[in-house]
Ligand binder design. Sequence first.
Ligand SMILES: Cc1cc2nc3c(=O)[nH]c(=O)nc-3n(C[C@H](O)[C@H](O)[C@H](O)COP(=O)(O)OP(=O)(O)OC[C@H]3O[C@@H](n4cnc5c(N)ncnc54)[C@H](O)[C@@H]3O)c2cc1C
Ligand code: FES
Length: 396
Amino acid sequence: MCWLSRRCKRSAALGCATGLGEDMDMQPFLLARRRKSKNANNTDDEPFILSASAGTMSAMTKIRHGQCVFDLADETVLERLLREGIRVPNSCRSGVCQSCLVRATEGTPPPSAQQGLKDSWRARGYFLSCVAKPTEDLTVVTDDSDALQVSAELVDKTWLSPTVLQVTLRPESSFPYQPGQYINLVVDGNLVRSYSLASVPQIDSALILHVRILPLGRMSSWLQAAQRGTKLALRGPAGECFYVPGRPTQPLLLCGVGTGLAPLYGVLRDALSQGHSGPIAIVHGARSPSGLYLREQLTALATSHPSVTYLPVVLTEEAASEEGSQHAAAPITAPIVSPLEDVIRTRFPKLGGQRVFLCGDAQLVTALRKQVFMQGCSRREILADPFLMANPTSKT
Ligand SMILES: Cc1cc2nc3c(=O)[nH]c(=O)nc-3n(C[C@H](O)[C@H](O)[C@H](O)COP(=O)(O)OP(=O)(O)OC[C@H]3O[C@@H](n4cnc5c(N)ncnc54)[C@H](O)[C@@H]3O)c2cc1C
Ligand code: FES
């Protein structure tokens, strides 16, 4: 509740929910400000000024939210809003997932906080609050991203492995996308997470996601429990990790771990459906063979398309021999037991002229990005989607 004025209730209704109790360090100062404010006789039109440093306030950028104005110290707009108890969904806190969108209705957000957003969203003032440190005052709204969302129905769920659930969603209105891009799922208005698209519009009638179920993961557990017919909201699509036609003979290397296969599976089938004739290698890494889902489908694709090479890679030898091809109903490619980086180094020593897609675990994607560059791949030919998890300090 806003501490500055007798108009607390009104300011709360307008979206100001100052978390005074959360920041004990500020209390002496806040009390001084409160006393000052009581004598200030503010008119109804004046904003409530909340400041951590009265002396320097005028030099600081200000963020207006509803009837409250906050000065911004060395922190992002997201951090400041959360500090005031204002709910803003967020996840990666690195400018990647787009879950923390807010809109500037006055003032210009920093261009760096609008990178990767659709032009139409940028034009309307949307920006990523987790990386925004504006240098000019902004008026922001945090609750109108509904306008960017499309409603969808969960139409199917299938286990692809003991921990990977395939989730099929049917949007209730037009939802153009490129296979390999990602979307944001929005549940209850404040839980937002990104998932990559394994589906291809020309082949699949709905959106297909591969979701790794984390026992304590909020969204993945929600999806695991959700019944067919459940409604949820989608935002997006976003991301650059998709096939661009025009160079049909260029060699493509698609490399990912875990559910990093989702966008790669979309890109692979999209490239083939668009007549790509150059070599395509798909390298899928997992700790053990149980994580190598879609092995039959990828083996079949490699068999029917001589240009496609499928390399499943695992770290654990015992599980590899135990799971071999003996239990499979259809032929499956035997996994290579090796660190994924070594497979890329030895099988693809020279990557000049190739296009490389890297998806999945953020640490591995970062390491592979450097490695493939060192192996000769041009920076602009590397398309990477690191699956950044929610920052441990994330709260909404
Ligand atoms: C661009 C992009 C695309 C993505 N695409 C996909 C995709 O296609 N498929 C997919 O499954 N995910 C994808 N993700 C990750 C996804 O957005 C979520 O972060 C993930 O599903 C976890 O969300 P959650 O709400 O279930 O878990 P949260 O409630 O956010 O909990 C995640 C937290 O759990 C902790 N944790 C607990 N157990 C584990 C564990 N075993 N391993 C790692 N961390 C653990 C971590 O500290 C992490 O911070 C993508 C992310 C990005 C940014
Ligand atoms: S982009 Fe801001 S939380 Fe992910």
